[in-house]
Design a protein. Structure first.
Length: 254
């Protein structure tokens, strides 16, 4: 649900005007203020505030979780001249919603998201059983990129741990996609251990890292973006099939 929150008479007029164009629900001076808005946020409602940015920050701060899961939040001035994507801009869609609102109102979009001016780099990290077939690997990879919302053609590299440097299925898959097959040492993969979303003690005891797919995705994304100096993130955490694992890493070329 899309909710527009107003606090003043001028804000209410703008909220009603915007709601008619977006099929949104207007909440004018909701009470109890913090509790009702925090509840709307927690249930995933998209929120457009027509008020001071500081009010929004103080109200929602206690319920913020992650850019991966928080709903988009916009802030407008009561004259409708400026639109700010405040929360979940890149991941949650606030940037796109803000652009739509700005266009409808003839307002100025105020975006501070640096990623909009950078080139994204996507890589796939994979682990698998010995002698895993290319077909099985491709199936999992196709499912993973679809879940991440990208295509196979956007991948810059396929990566794994160095003990997989002779894994025929992975080699053939990278060749089919016409991207490099990159293998990293345990020491290199351990550099991103704190970023893993699904660390496994079993995997650590077996190969020396807490996750092959996620680690390889993170390291390769960082490397492909700027020769190892960029910051990478997991766009998609580890996905599993019966014979393989896959994760998608992302970084940005400056």
């Amino acid at each position: 649900m899309l909710r527009i929150i107003s606090l003043t008479d001028a804000g209410l007029a703008l909220a009603q005007r915007l709601a008619s164009m977006l099929e949104a629900t207007v909440m004018h001076q909701p009470k109890p203020f913090s509790q009702s808005l925090q509840q709307a946020f927690k249930q995933g409602d998209q929120l457009i505030f027509i008020c001071a940015t500081g009010i929004v920050v103080r109200t929602l701060a206690p319920v913020l979780k992650s850019k991966q899961t928080d709903p988009p939040v916009l802030v407008l001035d009561e004259r409708g001249e400026f639109v700010i994507p405040l929360l979940s801009g890149h991941e949650g869609g606030a940037n796109q919603l803000a652009a739509q609102v700005a266009q409808l109102l003839g307002a100025q979009l105020v975006s501070t998201t640096a990623h909009a001016y950078q080139q994204p780099v996507y890589t796939a990290g994979m682990g698998c059983e010995r002698h895993c077939s290319k077909a099985d690997l491709l199936l999992l990879l196709e499912q993973s990129v679809a879940t991440a919302g990208i295509s196979l053609h956007q991948l810059s590299a396929l990566a794994s741990i160095d003990i997989k440097n002779d894994e025929i299925g992975l080699i053939e898959l990278a060749a089919q996609l016409q991207i490099p097959f990159l293998c990293y040492s345990v020491e290199q993969l351990q550099e991103v251990a704190t970023q893993l979303q699904n660390p496994s003690d079993y995997v650590f005891k077996t190969v020396g890292v807490y996750g092959v797919a996620e680690s390889a995705a993170l390291v390769s994304a960082r490397s492909e973006a700027s020769r190892g100096s960029a910051v990478s993130e997991l766009m998609l955490a580890k996905q599993k099939s019966k014979v393989a694992t896959c994760a998608i890493g992302r970084s940005y070329k400056l």
